[in-house]
Design a protein around this ligand. Sequence first.
Ligand SMILES: [Zn+2]
Length: 460
Amino acid sequence: MSLSLYDTMTRKKRAFAPADPARVTMYVCGPTVYNYAHIGNFRPVVVFDLLFRLLRHTYGEDAVIYAANVTDVDDKINRKAAEEGVPIATVTDRYLSAYNADAAALGALRPTLQPRVTETMDAIVAMIGKLVANGAAYPAEGHVLFDTQAFPDYGKLSGRPMDEMIAGARVDVAPYKRHPADFVLWKPSKENEPQWESPFGPGRPGWHIECTAMIDQALGLPIDIHGGGIDLVFPHHENELAQGCCADKVETYAHVWMHNGFLNMADEKMSKSLGNVALAHDLLKTQPGEALRWALLVGHYRAPLEWTADLIDQSRKSLDRLYGALRRAGGIEASTDQPSARLLEALNDDLNTPQAMAELFALASRLETGDAAEKARAKGELAAGGQLMGFLCADPEAWFQGGADEGLKAKIEALIEARTAARAAKDFAEADRIRVQLTELNVVVMDGPTGATWRLKEQA
Ligand SMILES: [Zn+2]
């Protein structure tokens, strides 16, 4: 049973074969941490978490290295920090903690690596230097720009003619650019904004170079899988690819390019600029993370997903159905701890989650109506298949009691960790804010001599 994945570059589903099965590498573009992330930003988090789990199942837990970056240098971060009168790290640490807590509540495993731009600056500067030395970049008016004309394959990933790409992306045509498609690798910082020293003058990196430098440093080029939202194909991934190939003089940047479809709210692309804000952080106050995870995986990852209240409601009911079958089967001893062949086949077919979920329902039916041997097998396959997908990890009783499932537990632990850090930094306003959040989650925190412990309040 082999894994096949749809590759954006070749526009077809292809058998996946890692360059080294003992070291499978995956990179997914992560968040810019200046605010709570909306639910659409968590679609790739959950989709690629599922792939991470499947790869670990196939190649072994230690064989898969998954890096998801954190952009902690950005105009929006600068604005927020200026508004609050705090250093940018105060803003980025706060929202990275929240992001990780929300991702954990959605059942996402922590990526193996979570490189941050501020911690990768030397590698970024070195890579820009290499691009200049290789004739693929040029300095102009305090900036360093990538010379798109130096890379004949530019445009191959998105597959669109250059003029269309420029028009589509509304590329800023600055007078110092040799070609309108050329993009910024390094730029001067404005007054009072954070800046870093470099041979090209003090400043900060462009967005695209961050990812290429982080991939090169954290994983090494080429990588097996590069993922992200479909909106990143152009210009972000096109530019990443051009930078990586020209800096390291490699033919291939990523063997497979994967992109998830949009999450749509009210039939429009959900984005902050449209004002359709639905923060995962807020949703998680009223919905189990596992139900939101189910909702995010209900459709095939490449298709657009219509995000509605009804979808969340149906997802909860689906999990009630599966947990209900497991609860009623409490006395049955499972005869296997492996997922069913059908479930693996569905996931190995470019993450066909609708089919994998259908198999979970089929197993739940067999668990209730099969003969003794079928029931014992179905119970094991349902639990193992669910867990492979990041579901059914809670005790069925706890699910129905609304108790702390694994995702919620992870979220609480992360919040307590963030609160301890805030107190250590004497940021008592932040510590109090986190405490309010914990109270909203029904958590009672007890501070003791060896650190904080917690329990859930008894539900009336
Ligand atoms: Zn990226």
